[in-house]
Design a protein around this ligand. Structure first.
Ligand code: PLP
Length: 387
């Protein structure tokens, strides 16, 4: 059976050149970067070289990069560490209702310990208006966290204009760039933020490694206590092969960005045109003018997302439903509901996220299977044709 992976926003395979770059640091050069002997020095050198390469791509200083275990830890460090460091100046945090759970749950935890959180609502297309942010700022606001690109809809927020508002009010701004990194061009100066989260496994690097960019002079309280690693901001022996893989994956993503963006935009557009022509009662969710090129989120009227996911899986096609990709439960996605999409429609949403494993020639097979399966599920669905 043909196997097609359309879930690149969940994770991606490690590229061979990334794997090759990491390989020596598992068994030959296995030193602990804190050791002062030769083994340790090799590890230290390669970590600092990786940091420099990453800093050059993101356009920041190497010592503004803190390596972490991935997007979740980076978001936790930015939000909890950022809030705790400033708790004497205020207790108010602003985020959005469509953030990843790593951000939402960090905020929920802070709320239990006495902080107040305002959740900005997006419009029907998944965009957060800068004006809503302006209105939510209070004299005791200490931190703002708004994601760069959404993991479910792919919608890109106008971070430069929001960070400008934050800067004018002297408030630290964090953005979760886990889904935009390697998919669209950006630089740290252009975004104008104080903190930014990245995760390697979303752009063909290894799982379990990421980084948090922390602008110089931004106050942060570490979450891990232990050694003085990562400039006293993240205790724990560094994941040397992971860090090398992260740097290599970012380098490759940057090298291929333009070609890959164009290629994926074309694949997505052929797919979306085909879906519109061949399947009735669908809606493309989210602002397509401001969307990462690999992602499309579609609602299919009268069916449950999970049943499409499972029936496509039986045909070798891996996709995810809005609900599954956020929580593993069958609740409708908080992102889609926050956009004002009714629950019955929110339940019938599928995210297709294309990537390097896909080619234009996959589209014919995907469309054939999708058309067939949607028709089959609708024919037995008590929900379809009743509205
Ligand atoms: N933030 C966003 C927007 C994500 O999509 C994800 C992963 O799905 C994360 C954070 C968490 O990243 P990680 O899997 O590296 O913990």
């Amino acid at each position: 059976m043909k196997k097609i992976y359309l879930d690149h926003n969940a994770t991606t395979p490690v590229l061979p050149e990334v794997f090759e770059a990491m390989r020596p640091y598992f068994m030959e050069e296995f030193g602990n970067a804190s050791s002062i002997h030769g083994y340790g020095r090799v590890a230290r050198v390669v970590i600092e070289e990786s940091r420099q390469k990453i800093a050059a791509i993101l356009q920041c200083a190497p010592d503004e990069i803190v390596f972490t275990s991935g997007g979740t830890e980076s978001d936790n460090l930015a939000i909890k560490g950022g809030a705790w460091a400033k708790k004497d100046s205020g207790k108010h945090i602003i985020t959005s209702a469509i953030e990843h759970h790593a951000v939402l749950e960090s905020c929920r935890y802070l709320k239990k310990t006495g902080f107040e959180v305002t959740y900005l609502k997006p419009d029907r297309l998944g965009r957060i208006a800068s004006e809503t942010l302006k209105q939510a700022i209070r004299s005791d606001t200490i931190l703002i966290s708004i994601m760069h690109a959404n993991n479910e809809t792919g919608v890109i927020q106008d971070i430069p204009s929001m960070s400008k508002i934050a800067l004018e009010s002297g408030i630290a701004f964090h953005t979760d760039a886990v889904q935009s990194t390697g998919k669209i061009p950006y630089s740290i100066p252009e975004l104008g933020i104080e903190m930014l989260s990245i995760s390697a496994h979303k752009f063909y690097g290894p799982k379990g490694v990421g980084l948090l960019y922390i602008k110089k002079k931004t106050k942060i309280m570490p979450l891990n206590h232990g050694g003085s690693h990562e400039n006293n901001k993240r205790a724990g022996t560094e994941n040397v092969p992971g860090i090398v893989g992260l740097a290599k994956a970012l380098e490759v993503a940057q090298r291929d960005l333009l070609d890959e963006t164009n290629r994926l935009a074309k694949i997505k557009s052929i797919f979306v045109d085909g879906v519109k022509k061949r399947i009735r009662d669908i809606e493309i969710i989210g602002d397509q003018q401001n969307c990462i090129p690999n992602t499309v989120c579609i609602s299919f009227k009268g069916i449950e997302g999970e049943s499409i996911v499972l029936s496509l899986d039986l045909k070798g096609i891996a996709v995810s439903s809005g609900s599954a990709c956020s929580s593993g439960s069958v609740n409708a996605s908080h992102v889609i509901l926050a956009m004002g999409i009714p629950p019955e429609q929110a339940h019938g949403i599928i995210r297709f996220s294309f990537g390097r494993t896909n080619s234009e020639s996959d589209i014919v097979y995907i469309l054939d299977v999708l058309e067939q399966e949607i028709a089959r599920i609708r024919s037995i669905s008590p929900l379809y044709g009743k509205a």
